[in-house]
Every structure is written in structure tokens, then in C-alpha cells.
Design a protein around this ligand. Structure first.
Ligand code: ZN
Length: 248
């Protein structure tokens, strides 16, 4: 069986028995995978923070037939994101992002685009001077959903395909992941109303790079509704995220 060396974000680290650990990582080469770290306590000097949650590490593991938990051979920390670790507001955001990766990506399937996006967003969060960057969370949520196959259609009417005009009443059909906008297609009967800020926020997310003037926040509620529709429940990390948001 091949030995794989790849970069990975440690999403979760759980103690197993006296000395072992189970890691859930988002890797560049294999997407989300579970790793078994035998005698992690004894190896703490060599592994250090490389197996702690939030670390970006270079890991080495062996592929096995049994894909549940792969044995970790070594790990070396590449970046610790201390600016996120030491700031509860930032940490609440990163925890939510990692929950999104754990619950929305297909296990064992690489997604280079999402990996790169995670790296960029975490670096931006780590380096940001303002603790609270809710924009980044909305942006990350939009793209994690999109990469997982849940892109929200907002450019064209679901009924007739006409392009969306900010001034027209629009309504979102979450079950069909699309916007219904023109009167003929029933936006008004479905309590549609003009939502120019939400549409602009979605365009800002879709643009792929956040500009200083972009405001993604108006799309936050809509994306969260889509997330709950997809998962059928709320995520644990949302409670702290929302608490932080309210206290700002
Ligand atoms: Zn229409």
C-alpha cells in the first residue's frame, strides 16, 4: 500500500483510550479523512502541535484497504494560526468552517479548490486586525456549499430563465436552490420582495475574491437556511458563532 505525504488541516482531534488519538483532517490529496495516531501521548515531543486542531500540517499516512481510519506515520506543523487560536471570535468562525468541511465534503475525495480556499480564508482571518470578520464566514459558507454541489442559483429566474433584476420582487426556493423572480413566475404570490442587498451579497461571494467594499452579510441568513435544508439540522459550532455575533 502506498505511503502518502500531503498537507492537511486538523479539524478534530479526539483522545482514544489512554494514549491514542483519532484525528479528522481535511487533506489536500484525499479531502476529509480519519487518522489513527497510535501512542500519541508518547510521541508528543515529535508530533507537537502538528496534530492539534486548527494546525496546517504536513502529514504522512499509509493507505489501507480498510478506509475508516488510516494510520498516521508522521506529522509536521506548517502553520499554527495563532491569531485565530488566541481570539475567541475568530476561533468561533474557524470552528464553524471546519464543521462545514466535516459535514459537507465527501470523505476521501480531494477538492483542491476548497483546500486552497480554506488556506486563504484562514490566513486572512489569522491576519485580520478586526476580530470579527463575519464576511469571511458568509463567503466561506457560500463556497463550501457550492463545492459540495449546493450552489444557489440567483442569476436567472427559475421559471423563465430571465436574468435577475435588483428592483424586481424575488423569492428564494431553498428546496430548488434557486431564485424565482419575475411576477409571471409567481414571486409576488410567494411573498417575494425586492432584495437588492442579498443579491449583491451573493454576487460578492460568487466573485471569488473579497474586495474592501463587498458586504456578504445580507446573504448570511439565506445561506444558513440552505445549510440547514441540506444537513437537516444545525451544527454545534453555530451556537458559539451566533453568540459571538450577538455580542458584537
Ligand atoms: Zn420568470
Amino acid at each position: 500500500m502506498a505511503t502518502i505525504t500531503t498537507r492537511a488541516f486538523v479539524l478534530r482531534s479526539i483522545k482514544y483510550g489512554e494514549a491514542d488519538r483519532i484525528l479528522h483532517v481535511f487533506s489536500e490529496s484525499h479531502g476529509c479523512i480519519g487518522l489513527f495516531v497510535k501512542a500519541a501521548a508518547k510521541k508528543s515531543r515529535t508530533l507537537g502541535a502538528a496534530i492539534d486542531p486548527l494546525s496546517l500540517s504536513e502529514i504522512e499516512f499509509r493507505e489501507t484497504e480498510q478506509r475508516e481510519l488510516l494510520p498516521l506515520r508522521s506529522a509536521e506543523s506548517l502553520r499554527l494560526f495563532d491569531g485565530v487560536r488566541t481570539d475567541l471570535e475568530k476561533l468561533s468562525q474557524a470552528s464553524f468552517w471546519f464543521d462545514l468541511l466535516l459535514h459537507l465534503t465527501a470523505p476521501g475525495v480531494a477538492d483542491q479548490e476548497l483546500f486552497r480556499l480554506t488556506e486563504l480564508c484562514l490566513a486572512a482571518l489569522d491576519e485580520s486586525e478586526h476580530g470579527w470578520r463575519v464576511d469571511l464566514t458568509t463567503f466561506f459558507e457560500f463556497h463550501t456549499l457550492r463545492c459540495a454541489g449546493y450552489a444557489l442559483g440567483f442569476e436567472a429566474c427559475l421559471g423563465c430563465g430571465a436574468s435577475v433584476d435588483d428592483a424586481q420582487p424575488v423569492c428564494f426556493s431553498i428546496s430548488q436552490r434557486a431564485v424565482v423572480h419575475c411576477q409571471r413566475c409567481g414571486a409576488q404570490e410567494r411573498n417575494g420582495r425586492p432584495m437588492p442587498r442579498v443579491l449583491r451579497a451573493l454576487r460578492a461571494c460568487a466573485h471569488g475574491v473579497l474586495e474592501p467594499d463587498d458586504d456578504c452579510r445580507p446573504a448570511e441568513h439565506l445561506l444558513r437556511t440552505l445549510l440547514h435544508h441540506v444537513l437537516g439540522r444545525t451544527l454545534k459550532s453555530e451556537a458559539l458563532l451566533d453568540e459571538m455575533s450577538r455580542s458584537m
